[in-house]
Design a protein around this ligand. Structure first.
Ligand code: FES
Ligand code: FE2
Length: 326
């Protein structure tokens, strides 16, 4: 994949709730970053390498709104400028060259996002995330030995439900994938699908209340390039679910999936039910996806056999190419 295009995109690097007072080390597209909260609580992202002697700043701490290096205690402000060198007679006489590279960093949809270069598109808006009628459950994060594209594609793959997720998302007696339409809308791939609800185990009743078992589950999907997918589910009535699944491309062989689920019903259910459900599903998928080769698909010549029910993957790969990721 084209790294320049990936560098010009927002990517999630952790759940917002997991970034507290302590700086955190994350890796994005092979770059080691430190993320931390400034005096106003805003998330900041710098290269995780002190300009003085190359120490990992993520081992340091935040003090008075500054990121403090663990080795010699230099302070860096929210923009990455060094503001204090304790070893100097006058610690405030800091040379201008003592500055860190800072990256664009924002918080949306319960996640911290970083772009290594000026991003060419926005993080999608999902109104349910700020609507109190919807309750969001964070699951994972799930760290796989895979490239982000394979992880995202697996989430879109209808053909595997009957084989990999028997009793949870699929029914081995019904492997046929119904017809559906896909359309590419600039840098968004949209498709929709309706299928009878698979028997949802009583152990993990995340979709149904019990009486809904044979109803038609209707799903609408939007893949926002490169690695964010939003899924809307309903059963024809008022009850609904929204998934936000966003993948962090750690490097070519590692990815972290952040899967959040919002529901406007079943608010009394403990979060652990949904978290356990996704832990099982993602665990089943992990073995498969980690076995796929090549790890990074050649978008110009993938050499794979595509069938009619693989239309989403085909459209997704075409959209990636058309938007400069190939
Ligand atoms: S290495 Fe960071 S202050 Fe010296
Ligand atoms: Fe799966």
């Amino acid at each position: 994949m084209n790294h320049a295009a990936l560098r010009q995109s927002w990517h999630p690097v952790c759940y917002s709730a997991d970034l507290a007072a302590q700086p955190r080390a994350v890796t994005l597209l092979g770059e080691r970053l430190v993320i931390w909260r400034d005096a106003a609580g805003a998330a900041r992202a710098f290269v995780d390498r002190c300009i003085h002697r190359g120490t990992a700043l993520s081992l340091g701490r935040v003090e008075d709104g500054a990121l403090v290096c663990p080795y010699h205690g230099w302070h860096f402000d929210a923009e990455g400028r060094c503001t204090l060198i304790p070893q100097l007679e006058d610690p405030r006489r800091v040379p201008a060259r003592a500055a860190l590279s800072a990256f664009a960093c924002i918080e949306r949809l319960g996640l911290v996002w970083v772009a290594l270069e000026a991003p060419r598109r926005a993080v999608p808006d999902v109104p349910e995330w700020s609507d109190p009628a919807w309750r969001v459950v964070r699951t994972g994060p799930f760290t796989w030995n895979a490239f982000a594209q394979r992880m995202l594609e697996n989430f879109t793959d209808f053909g595997h439900f009957a084989f990999v997720h028997e009793g949870l998302l699929g029914d081995p007696a019904r492997p046929v994938v119904a017809q559906y339409d896909v359309k590419i809308d600039g840098d968004v791939v949209r498709y929709a699908y309706g299928r009878p609800d698979a028997p949802n185990t009583d152990a993990l009743p995340v979709f149904t209340h019990g009486e809904r078992k044979d109803e038609m589950r209707r799903t609408r999907y939007a893949i926002h390039l490169p690695f964010t997918l939003i899924e809307y589910i309903d059963w024809g009535g008022a009850d609904g679910m929204v998934y936000v699944f966003a993948v962090q491309p750690v490097d070519d062989t590692h990815a972290i999936g952040y899967c959040q689920v919002a529901r406007n019903y079943q608010h009394d259910q403990p979060e652990t039910v949904m978290q356990e459900f996704e832990r099982v599903i993602f665990g089943q998928d992990q073995t498969i996806v980690e076995s796929q080769t090549p790890v990074v698909v050649d978008l110009g010549n993938d050499g794979e056999v595509h069938m009619v029910f693989d239309k989403v993957a085909q459209a997704y790969r075409r959209a990636l190419r058309e938007n400069g990721f190939g």
